[in-house]
Design a protein. Sequence first.
Length: 184
Amino acid sequence: MKKDDIRRRVKAHKALLDDSDKSRAAGKVFEALEQTAAFMLADRILMYHSLPDELSTHSFIDRWSSRKHFYLPRVNGLNLEILPYDESRLALGSFHIEEPTGNDTTDIDEIELIVVPAVAYDRQGNRVGRGKGYYDRLLARSSATRIGVGYDFQLIEEGIEADPHDVPMDVVITESHRIIIRRR
């Protein structure tokens, strides 16, 4: 299935969700994430700070931020920088996403686990992002475990046409699925 068709299809599904659907789904997905060995063993985790149309990370980050070291991405030109999460140091940045402020960037090599947002995933770990390539450029430089999270309808059964620069996930977690693609 073509990426633009997938983006349209997923956007239509997301428009049908109410707040209770979103909250229930986030609870199930992040509970499953907490049970993965990758999460249990990781201390330095790159998360995303969710937009209203994404699986919400806010409660999850709040629940674990005193026990894990979370980092968030910040757009810098064509790339993502990584900074420590500090709720008091967030400001609206590129694409109307709350991003960390400051100059204390962290090297991607220090990150053990990356929780990756996407528009959609398939069972081979391929993903469709928003189309700018930020995460693919970041993931290409990392050896961290990559876990994609999303709603059930974001898992595309018929597969996604992957481009050569696309970086697949190691694990995909939705409300009812936990797919392990490759073990490192």
